[in-house]
Design a binder for this molecule. Sequence first.
Ligand SMILES: NC(=O)c1ccc[n+]([C@@H]2O[C@H](COP(=O)([O-])OP(=O)(O)OC[C@H]3O[C@@H](n4cnc5c(N)ncnc54)[C@H](O)[C@@H]3O)[C@@H](O)[C@H]2O)c1
Length: 322
Amino acid sequence: MTWLITGGAGYIGAHVTRAMTAAGERVVVLDDLSAGHAARLPEGVPLERGSASDPELLERLLGEHEVTGIVHLAARKQVAESVARPTYYYRENVGGLGTLLDAAAKAGVGRFVFSSSAAVYGDPDTELITEDTPCAPVNPYGETKLAGEWLVRAAGQAHGMATTCLRYFNVAGAAAPELADTGVFNIVPMVFDRLSRDEAPRIFGDDYPTPDGTCVRDYIHVADLAEAHLAAARRLADGARGDLTVNIGRGTGVSVREMITTIGEVTGEYRAALVEPRRPGDAPRAVASADLAAEELGWRARLGVREMVASAWQGWVLHQGA
Ligand SMILES: NC(=O)c1ccc[n+]([C@@H]2O[C@H](COP(=O)([O-])OP(=O)(O)OC[C@H]3O[C@@H](n4cnc5c(N)ncnc54)[C@H](O)[C@@H]3O)[C@@H](O)[C@H]2O)c1
């Protein structure tokens, strides 16, 4: 098999590319480098620079590399930007996906893995989110991921393509410092950013109905997430049919305050957190049930929050020093 990894030069995509290559899978990466870095790719992995929604490029690439499966990570992922530019997000994340699925069907690609997100659930009122928890996204980004899942399943059914949608929870950490996330959109880099400026980390709301009053999330190490992609790809390569949609999380909740404390302990950079008003749209608690992934993919996360923070900090120091 040859796997096309779209967005393979991005933060998560580079980890997926590395894990699949290390496991002996043949891969080719397609990335427009709008947010990715070619230097993240392991040596010898072919990189096609261009858009994952360019039909001519896709037709050539799928044929030339004899692609038999696709792992589709390329997307726009910033919630605030999706609120400001919804049509752009729908065009990129849903329209672009349609073009890719058409090209895949035309080329006879039989397997497709899609990067979805816990954002599809919105603000669920439940202790553990299972795959049957109703989806009710609260921003255009989450909507595009849910619409993307629908499109993937429908195209899979129409064209006899086996599909898997992976709903990632909160991704953090790095398998190597040079692969670290360089964006400052998630809690870990946001706290690092404040500490590096000698400013107090911020907590948005400490009056939520949670044990310490701050929001609770399920954090997953990006290296574990990459292994989940490998497991999903292998399951499809082994002949699984139809569609599978699974949560990719640890099944353990960590509060914002606990995360800030761990960051202080691991990095040695302590500052008392500043409590600010709640942000609109933040769910009090979002923790995955991780059982279906264990059952269907034979995969469970191995790494904890300390490993996520320590590895992300090494990456932060490397990139700040660069
Ligand atoms: N980071 C998270 O916490 C998180 C959580 C849930 C889901 N996801 C999803 O995971 C995927 C990867 O996220 P990431 O954090 O690695 O983001 P990222 O921005 O680092 O990676 C996306 C990659 O796709 C490339 N790209 C974007 N649009 C493209 C296009 N049209 N054609 C070709 N390449 C394109 C970018 O250059 C980049 O390399 C996305 O689909 C995102 O929605 C991420």
